[in-house]
Design a protein around this ligand. Sequence first.
Ligand code: FES
Length: 173
Amino acid sequence: MANASSQTIDLNVVREMMSHITYADHQEAQELILFALQEINEHFGWVSLEAAEIVAEHLGTTVNRVYALLTFYADFRTAPRGDNFMLVCHGMSCYVAGSMRLVQSLKDRHGVTDGETTADGSLTIQVVDGCLGVCDRAPLVKLNQDFHGQLTVDSLNQLLEQVSAVRTAGGFR
Ligand code: FES
């Protein structure tokens, strides 16, 4: 996957990706819209309107139809992620262990809820209802590539302060 913090999408790359998506007829093309969007979202971390236009053109449909699908499914992002991306597990074990307090703290202290990015662009969070697979460390988050478990509101805030310090020092990009 490309750098998740990419702020722009290289449309030439999108065109190249589309060139590998072939179809026999209009019906098949319609069925490939979601696949095309998934490919772009996976590669860049989000899908811009310009990228959606290329999908529409390639698959012979309207931008409105592509954008409707793009905004309907929660897995797709229509804005770039922040410099850091954090999954907050809200599966059953994490919920029982207090993940709601972490979510509330993120909202109160950092002004972000599910799918949002902090005002300074340093962090995007996504709250995941499914289990992230390491329940023995609940409640936990996955910040970029690393899991951080047995979190309290305080330890989560300490973690985010470290992220902020690294960013100030020029890291993560
Ligand atoms: S419920 Fe959070 S890791 Fe399993």
